[in-house]
Design a protein around this ligand. Structure first.
Ligand SMILES: *Cc1c(COP(=O)(O)O)cnc(C)c1O
Length: 446
């Protein structure tokens, strides 16, 4: 245990919500440190950083279109659809006896090309960034040239001398492994024992080395970081502290701005936007929330979601200790079926920013993940993995707080976006099991 009893007792006294969190009760937390848009200049990232990240994606689009034919239709732009889920909204209203005001959309990152999850944003971006840096330094390319040459043997054999390492519960490993191997890098994915077999098999099939660890995610990251650093040509993608991952994710905000405009959805004083983001280390929701706050200012309200057994970011933000505390310090077991959410400690880079940008967080039980994914499958015919369903309770949880009153948002024309973070690479049999489990739980509760 990293903290003595006195520190723990002080926190329990100072933050009554902590007792519920430690007892694994689902909770809703509103962030008292939320900054207004005008105060966001103090953050270590800016709107310019997002625009630069977007420009890098654009430079690589011709390469992506060639290397990943599924992106040809979008000309190599890695993006997911935004879908109205009105039937699901009705389903939620009747099941939970609630009244969600405004429209409900699903941001379908479960359909993202290359990696089938939200990691196709951050993970792919960080590897592209590194590849570009190496190629620029070696004089192989200039930024105004056509990047489809990254497919050429000259590039892939150049990248062979470099090794990329990553520690992952699964989806990050998939995205890094797939893009790095495609570019020609040696890539080693350090996985925790709870990672699914199909993910390991898929990675090996794509040409990545998979190294397994008996412990949890934290240990896989630690070992991966140490071993990669021993190699002078090694580069470690560090989920616990990465500016690049964060910026890769943030570009989603610019894309969403365009999609909302196409849907004729307004975001302003009278049309608040609520966004619910599943949270592991906090990198993907942090990057996206930061981007959204840059784009929509004080009219967007972002909420993170964690499983009751893995409230790493919640405990970090509530106590203000961020990455200095982990759930195990509070005797929470960090065991959840939500792949990508089984994280005991938050990303230091991301949490220092999310501390200022987000409106709040909530936790939910694993059973709820399965029920929600089954409801979504039945009502909309959309299949997502358990983690990705967690945001669907967002509108209901938010209504249950004083948030709307405190911010004078009652009676406004709200739009809710639930970020569905993964699913399309999950094998059929696994997805069927998730669904059946959800149906069973739903029937039990009738
Ligand atoms: C990684 C992941 C998340 C959370 O992202 P973090 O950057 O770890 O917070 C959520 N859902 C899925 C499916 C993921 O793979």
């Amino acid at each position: 245990m990293a903290f003595d009893k006195t520190a723990l007792n002080t926190w329990f006294h100072q933050f009554p919500l902590l007792k519920k969190i430690v007892s694994l009760e689902p909770v809703v937390w509103l962030n008292p440190n939320h900054l207004s848009k005008s105060e966001m200049d103090s953050l270590p990232v800016t709107r310019d950083d997002i625009d630069e990240a977007a420009a890098l994606w654009d430079r690589f689009a011709p390469y992506i279109a060639l290397a990943f034919p599924e992106t040809r239709e979008t000309n190599g732009i890695v993006e997911s659809p935004l879908r109205l889920i009105a039937t699901m909204k009705n389903e939620l209203n009747s099941r939970y006896v609630a009244q969600i005001d405004g429209e409900l959309f699903l941001k379908c990152d479960n359909e993202l090309p290359i990696a089938g999850s939200i990691k196709a944003r951050g993970g792919v971006y960080e590897v592209l960034y590194y590849a570009e840096q190496l190629a620029l330094e070696a004089g192989l390319i200039q930024q105004d040239e056509d990047y489809s040459v990254f497919c050429h043997e000259k590039f892939t054999s150049f990248f062979k001398q470099f090794t990329i390492g990553v520690g992952s519960t699964g989806n990050l490993g998939l995205s890094i492994g797939i893009i790095a191997a495609k570019l020609g890098f040696n890539v080693s994915v350090y996985m925790s024992s709870d990672a699914k077999q199909w993910k390991k098999d898929l990675l090996r099939a794509k040409g990545a080395a998979v190294i397994e660890f008996a412990g949890d995610f934290g240990e896989a990251i630690f070992a991966g970081r140490e071993q990669t650093k021993l190699n002078p040509k090694g580069y470690f993608v560090d989920d616990e502290n990465s500016r690049h991952l964060f910026l890769g994710y943030s570009v989603a905000a610019l894309r969403l701005e365009e999609q909302l405009a196409l849907e004729k959805v307004k975001v302003d004083r009278d049309h608040p936007l609520f966004v619910y983001l599943p949270c592991g280390v906090g990198g993907s929701p942090g990057g996206i929330a930061f981007g959204l706050r840059q784009v929509f200012g004080d009219h967007v309200h972002c909420f993170f979601v964690e499983p009751t057994h893995s409230p790493a970011v919640l405990i970090g933000l509530l106590t203000g200790e961020k990455e200095k505390v982990c759930v195990q310090d509070f005797c929470i077991d960090n065991i959840t079926e939500g792949d990508g959410l089984a994280v005991g400690r938050s990303s230091s880079f991301a949490s220092s920013i999310s501390e200022k940008t987000i409106s709040g967080m909530y936790t939910l039980e694993d059973d709820e993940l399965f029920k929600l994914l089954a409801l979504l499958a039945d009502s909309e015919g959309i299949q997502v993995e358990p983690s990705a369903a967690s945001g669907l309770l967002g509108p209901l949880n938010m209504i249950s707080t004083d948030y709307l009153n405190e911010h004078q948002l009652k009676e406004k024309n709200a739009t809710h976006i639930v970020w569905a973070t993964g699913g399309s690479l999950v094998p059929r049999e696994d997805m069927d099991l998730f669904y059946e489990k959800g149906i069973e739980l739903l029937n039990k509760n009738l």
